[in-house]
Structures are given as structure tokens and as C-alpha cells.
Design a protein around this ligand. Structure first.
Ligand code: AMP
Ligand code: GLY
Length: 427
């Protein structure tokens, strides 16, 4: 099969490397891709959100299958557009992608179908939102922009003043554009967070191994929120009992709710969960694989990824094997100095041969790299996701951190404590 993967980060790199293990996988392309991905797939520099150009390219190359990995093209209807020209894809159509693209949609869905989540109210008027917050008087309070905001549309406000500033930023200054036309004001929940990615064909749901993200930029969960500085899998808080409870109260009800709303979800549905004292609750849904969760989940997948993906599209997931190894995986992100704020690009990366560390058991997933004049250089905030597997989490972490030592670029920044919280939970 000739395959197109839409996107260009570490997640897409991990998807491509796994797809290539499938005997069904033939020529593979990535658009836009990146420098490191170009060692494993043909790259075509088309923006993931440029639907017209992507569809024209897909038609010209006559792909058999597409994997739309990124949230914004999914929300814009890339899967619908490719279907119109006869190319089936992995991923939800635009109607189903609303589960991530609109917080109001997802919160209303959870309320209607009694899926556990934080209490909330929706506002299109900042004054009314502030009045609601001050009347409640419970801090911290959580304010979320309705639409996609590059993962930055969630504000945790410690007091009235910061809530007022946050509402102004989102709703009046339009920091996230039209995404901030409406906001969800939400109850603050506490407890360990768990990411569970799942495959679904709209009828059946098969969860993948659980994982834990590390969102803040600095050690000890300090600093600004980022796209994710590292991940481990499995997540030790996600015990078999919790998994069972999530299946019954969250996963199956969500799949059924989407069916009943007339927009069955096909693809990868990501459940961002918080294990609160009152049981597991949904913090957010994503309509796609997580990044960098994918970088630890897919290395543990033993079954054929391409077969699974095709089965979600064809509605045959019930009969398709999805098994994971019992081992552990760890991914340490090497980021540009200054990320997630201002950072420079174009720094030469040394220590890699064709994008990988020769002789190392670790795999380097490229998030933000470019090849210029045959040299690999940094080209984004998150640059590399250095990943290793092992029988146990300490083994995986040791291998991943050891591998990081052989990679260098000016200003490189990584967290030193990826997996430490998980290790404590294991004690
Ligand atoms: P999101 O962008 O939706 O993943 O949210 C970013 C982070 O904000 C989550 O990973 C949580 O740590 C935190 N968060 C979101 N909603 C809540 C909530 N209701 N209570 C506590 N923390 C939250
Ligand atoms: N790592 C979180 C996300 O992909 O949204």
C-alpha cells in the first residue's frame, strides 16, 4: 500500500517507523515531514492545514491510504476531503473531530451522557463569565478557550484578578483567535493524570497501553506548559481496576455517545484523564494520537499498526488483534533553549548518523529538525524525542538518558526528572 502521513513531528515519525514494520506497507510519504523523518519516508513540503494542496498531492500520487495525525487538519475536514476523492484515511471526520476541536461540544456531550468530568459552565460574554467565577468564589478555577489553541488554551487561575486577566486575554484580546469566542469555566480537579490512547472504529474501542506526559518545561513540574517534555508508559497509576472503571464509565459511553449524536468516531481517541478522589474523570479528549505519548506507546505495540488502522476505517476492529508488550518505554524530549517561549532555530545537531545514534538501543524521533546542505539542524521548539524500551521503567529511563548524552546542539534543554513521579508511584 502506498501511504501518506499528514503531519511533521515526533508523533508522525513514530507512526511512520511503526507502519514500516507492517508487511502491507509499501511506499510511504509524509507531508510536510521534517529533516529526521526524511530518512524514513519521502517528505513533501505541504502545510498540514493546506487542504487544497494536500488533496491535490494525494490525488496526483494516488495514495491507497492516508493517516491524518494532526489535530487542525482533522478539524478542518481533511478526512472528509480525502474521502471525496476516494482515498480512505485513518482519523475522524470533521464532525467527530469536534470532540477535541470544541470544548463546548465535548463538555456538553459528557453532561448529556453522564460521562464523569469537571463541573462547568459556558460563556460567550467575559463579564458573565467573571460574574459566575466571583459568585462561586472557588479558586483555583479553570478557564478553557472553546477551540484549538496549540495546547495553550487552558488557564488555571489562582484568584479573581488572574481570572479577569485570563478572560480578557482569551475573549477580548483574542490571543487564540476565534477559538476564544466562547470559554468553558471549569471546576479544578486534583489527582494523578493518565493519558490513554485508544483505537476505535466507531463501534468497538481498544485502549492502548497507558502513559504519563510531563507538560511543564522544568524539573519538578515547574515552568511554563509545553507540548510535552517527555513521557513514560505504562502509567503506574492506571491499575487494572482503574482501567476497568474507565472502560465502563468513560470509554464505552463516549463511543456510544458519538454514535448516538450521529458522528461515530473512527481513528485514535485520546482520553486525558484525572484520577480524582471521586474516581476517574475526563480532563480532555483529543481526536488523534498524543505527542509525545505516541513515542512511548507505539514502540510497545506488538500487533500490526497498519492492519489496526485499516480496521478502524473499515469497521472491523472487533476482529483485529491489538496487543502490547509487558515492557516499559521512556521518551526524553530535547528542546531548544528558551522553549516554549522565544528560541532560535538552525543549530547544528551532532552525534547522529542518518538521524539515529549508531549502535544505541534508543530510537530518536525527530520533532523539529531540518536537513540543510546535508546537515541536520534544529527547526522547532521540541527538537528530538529520545526513546528507549526495557523490561522495566528504570531500564528504559536509563537507556533513554544515556542516549541523550551522545546528542548535542547549542542551547539543548531537557528535563532530568522524566519518569520520577511514575517511579515513586511504583514504590
Ligand atoms: P489541556 O490543554 O486540556 O490538556 O490542559 C492542560 C493541563 O491543564 C492538563 O494536563 C491538566 O494538568 C490541567 N487541567 C485542565 N483542566 C483541569 C481541571 N479541570 N482541573 C485541574 N487541572 C486541569
Ligand atoms: N501530549 C499531549 C497532547 O498531545 O495533546
Amino acid at each position: 500500500m502506498k501511504i501518506l502521513v499528514v503531519g511533521g513531528g515526533g508523533r508522525e515519525h513514530a507512526i511512520i517507523r511503526k507502519l514500516k514494520e507492517s508487511p502491507l506497507c509499501g511506499e510511504i510519504w509524509c507531508a510536510p515531514g521534517n529533516g529526521g523523518i526524511s530518512y524514513n519516508a519521502h517528505c513533501k513540503n505541504i502545510k498540514a492545514t493546506d487542504l487544497d494542496a494536500m488533496v491535490a498531492f494525494a490525488k496526483e500520487e494516488a495514495f491507497d491510504y492516508a493517516v491524518v495525525a494532526q489535530d487542525d487538519p482533522l478539524a478542518l475536514g481533511m478526512v472528509d476531503r480525502l474521502a471525496e476523492i476516494g482515498i480512505p484515511s485513518f482519523g475522524p471526520n470533521a464532525a467527530a473531530a469536534r470532540i477535541e476541536a470544541s470544548k463546548v461540544f465535548s463538555k456538553d456531550l459528557m453532561r448529556k451522557y453522564h460521562i464523569p468530568t469537571a463541573d462547568y459552565a459556558v460563556f460567550d460574554d467575559p463579564a458573565k463569565a467573571l460574574a459566575y467565577i466571583t459568585e462561586k468564589g472557588e479558586y483555583p478555577t479553570v478557564i478553557k478557550a472553546d477551540g484549538l489553541a496549540l495546547g495553550k488554551g487552558v488557564l488555571i487561575c489562582e484568584d479573581e484578578a488572574s481570572a479577569r486577566d485570563g478572560l480578557k486575554e482569551i475573549m477580548e484580546d483574542k490571543k487564540f483567535g476565534a477559538s476564544g469566542n466562547r470559554v468553558v469555566v471549569e471546576e479544578f480537579l486534583t489527582g494523578p493524570e493518565v493519558s490513554v490512547l485508544s483505537f476505535t472504529d466507531g463501534k468497538v474501542v481498544k485502549p492502548m497501553v497507558s502513559s504519563m506526559d510531563h507538560k511543564r518545561a522544568l524539573d519538578g513540574d515547574k515552568g511554563l506548559n509545553t507540548g510535552g517534555m517527555g513521557t513514560v508508559a505504562p502509567n503506574p497509576y492506571y491499575t487494572p481496576e482503574v482501567a476497568q472503571q474507565c472502560m465502563e464509565t468513560i470509554f464505552l459511553p463516549t463511543i456510544e455517545a458519538m454514535q448516538r449524536e450521529g458522528c461515530p468516531f473512527k481513528g485514535c481517541l485520546y482520553f486525558g484523564l484525572m484520577l480524582t478522589p471521586k474516581g476517574p474523570k475526563v480532563i480532555e479528549y483529543n481526536c488523534r494520537f498524543g505527542d509525545p505519548e505516541t513515542q512511548v506507546v507505539l514502540p510497545l505495540l506488538e500487533s500490526d499498526l497498519l492492519k489496526i488502522m485499516l480496521s478502524t476505517t473499515n469497521g472491523t476492529l472487533a476482529d483485529t488483534e491489538v496487543t502490547f508488550s509487558n515492557g516499559a518505554a521512556a521518551c526524553v524530549v530535547m528542546a531548544s533553549g528558551g522553549y516554549p517561549e522565544h528560541y532560535e532555530k538552525g543549530k547544528e545537531i551532532t552525534g547522529l548518523t542518518e538521524g539515529q545514534i549508531s549502535g544505541s538501543p534508543a530510537v530518536v524521533y525527530h520533532a523539529g529538525t531540518a536537513l540543510t546542505d546535508g546537515k541536520l539542524v534544529t527547526n522547532g521548539g521540541r527538537v528530538l524525542g529520545v526513546t528507549a524500551t526495557g523490561d522495566t521503567l528504570p531500564q528504559a529511563l536509563e537507556k533513554a538518558y544515556a542516549a541523550c548524552e551522545s546528542i548535542h546542539f547549542e542551547g539543548a534543554h531537557k528535563r532530568r526528572d522524566i519518569g520520577q513521579r511514575a517511579l515513586k508511584a511504583l514504590l
